[in-house]
Structure formats: C-alpha cells, structure tokens
Design a protein around this ligand. Structure first.
Ligand code: ATP
Ligand code: MG
Length: 235
C-alpha cells in the first residue's frame, strides 16, 4: 500500500534520511519509533510531499508519488495528521471538520461528519465549542477526525499520543485500532513513547539518525534488550 525505497530525503540541501526502506501493508498498523531528531516526521513529510527528496521512491497504491505536491497525494486518499495537530483554535469543532472535508460534496460531507461523530462521541458533544477550548486529548481526537473527513484509505499519524495522560493515550490508541479494524485503513503511526504503540502494531520500524535500525515484529522489538533499553525507555 505504502512503499518507500532507498529514500534519501531532507530539507533543501540538508539530508535527514539515508536509504530508508519501509513497507506499510494494507489495513495494518505500522509503527515507526525512534529518538528525538531521528527523522520520523521527515519520513512522513517525505511521503506526503513536504520534504525534499534527494533520491529513492515513494509508492502509494501502486502509483509513484515521489515528489508530488501535498494536495495531490492527499487526493489519492492519503491523510496526514501532523505532529502539531493543526486544528483551527478559533473555529468550532464542527467547523474544523467541515473545513477538513471541503473537497466533498454536501451529501458525502454529511455522511463523513456522521461517521466521525459516531466514532468520536466527544466531538459530537462539543461540536459547537471552539477548538481552542478543548483539552489536549480532545484536540488529538479532533485532529484524527479531521484526517478522516478526507475519506482516506491510509492515514499517517505523527505523535498523536505525546504529552497525554495514560488514560488518553489508551483512548487515542484504541481509536487507531478502530481505524484499522472497522474502517480497514492502512495506518502509519509515529511515536516517540513507543511501548503502548508497539502493543497495537502489526509491524515495527526503529529509526535512528536517519537510518532504519530494526524492521520486524513489534513484540521482538519490545523484547530486544539493546534497543528497548537505548531507545524505548525500557530497563
Ligand atoms: N523544516 C525543517 N528544515 C530544516 N531542518 C529540519 C526541518 N524539520 C526538521 N529538521 C531537522 O531534521 C532532523 C529530523 O527531524 P524530525 O522532525 O524528522 O525528527 P523526529 O524524529 O520527528 O523528532 P521528534 O521525535 O522530536 O519529533 C532534525 O535534525 C531537525 O532539526
Ligand atoms: Mg517528529
């Protein structure tokens, strides 16, 4: 579904990623973990057309989208929830969702809105509240909801649980599992706090200093003494 091969990418002349290979399978959760500055966000930026690609390829649904601008990649059904959760603080929850679904005709927009409200009852309850008044966890839910308004087949989620209390981490990750199991979406989840994310993952990658250090089963990564101690905060 999403395939990155031999990717060298960064920003302008700066190179951040070096020969990165990644495959995210259809209707599976692929988790990318790694320390601050490893290049996790840059990897997502490269897939969505926001970084500079020096060499290598990005394939989405059998199409070569290397170097495509963000709006074109998005229209193919790839939705990106960025690390800062880009919600419009001055708009209400519902207005944010409508803005995110601006490409849809009226009927499809209402259908999507209903789906998002069903999946996130908290957003329905707060639909007329300004997004700036939401808690951190509620904002993340809204950001994911906005991503869903684009009728995606795949979603890239960057640190959607960072800085949340454990109960909200669980709530958000439960929703990620629903994206896979109920909507059959392909998910790439980037997480710095890795343990909980790896527990819901089907496949794991460890990115360190712009290179892939591990690819394989999330369980094996969790039980790998060296990696878990150095990079996952497990002692
Ligand atoms: N827009 C940019 N322009 C130039 N350099 C950037 C830009 N964004 C990130 N970088 C640099 O690229 C490197 C990788 O950053 P990136 O944001 O991909 O890391 P990350 O793994 O997502 O880290 P974090 O866990 O802190 O979010 C860092 O050295 C960073 O300073
Ligand atoms: Mg990042």
């Amino acid at each position: 579904m999403i395939k990155v091969s031999e990717l060298v990418a960064g920003y302008g002349k700066l190179k951040v990623l070096f020969n990165v290979n990644l495959v995210a399978d259809t209707s599976r959760i692929t988790v990318v973990v790694g320390p601050n500055g490893a290049g996790k966000t840059t990897l997502l930026n490269s897939i969505t057309g926001l970084a500079t690609i020096h060499s290598g390829k990005v394939i989405f649904q059998d199409r070569d989208v290397t170097g495509w601008p963000p709006h074109k990649v998005s229209r193919l059904g790839l939705s990106y929830v960025p690390q800062m959760g880009n919600v419009f603080s001055n708009l209400t929850v519902e207005e944010n969702l409508r803005v995110a679904g601006y490409l849809l005709d009226h009927g499809r927009l209402l259908d999507r809105l209903a789906l998002v409200f069903e999946m996130f009852p908290v957003l329905k309850n707060f639909r007329y509240r300004r997004a700036g008044t939401l808690s951190g966890g509620e904002r993340r839910m809204l950001a994911i909801g906005m991503g869903l308004m684009k009728e995606p087949r795949a979603m890239l989620l960057d640190e959607v649980t960072t800085d949340l209390a454990p109960i909200f981490v669980k709530k958000v990750l439960d929703k990620v599992v629903e994206l896979r199991d109920q909507l059959k979406l392909t998910v790439v989840l980037v997480e710095q706090h890795a343990i909980r994310a790896l527990q819901i993952a089907d496949k794991a990658y460890l990115l360190v200093s712009g290179t892939i250090r591990y690819e394989g089963s999330p369980q094996d990564l969790l039980s790998n003494q060296e990696f878990s101690k150095l990079y996952l905060g497990i002692s």
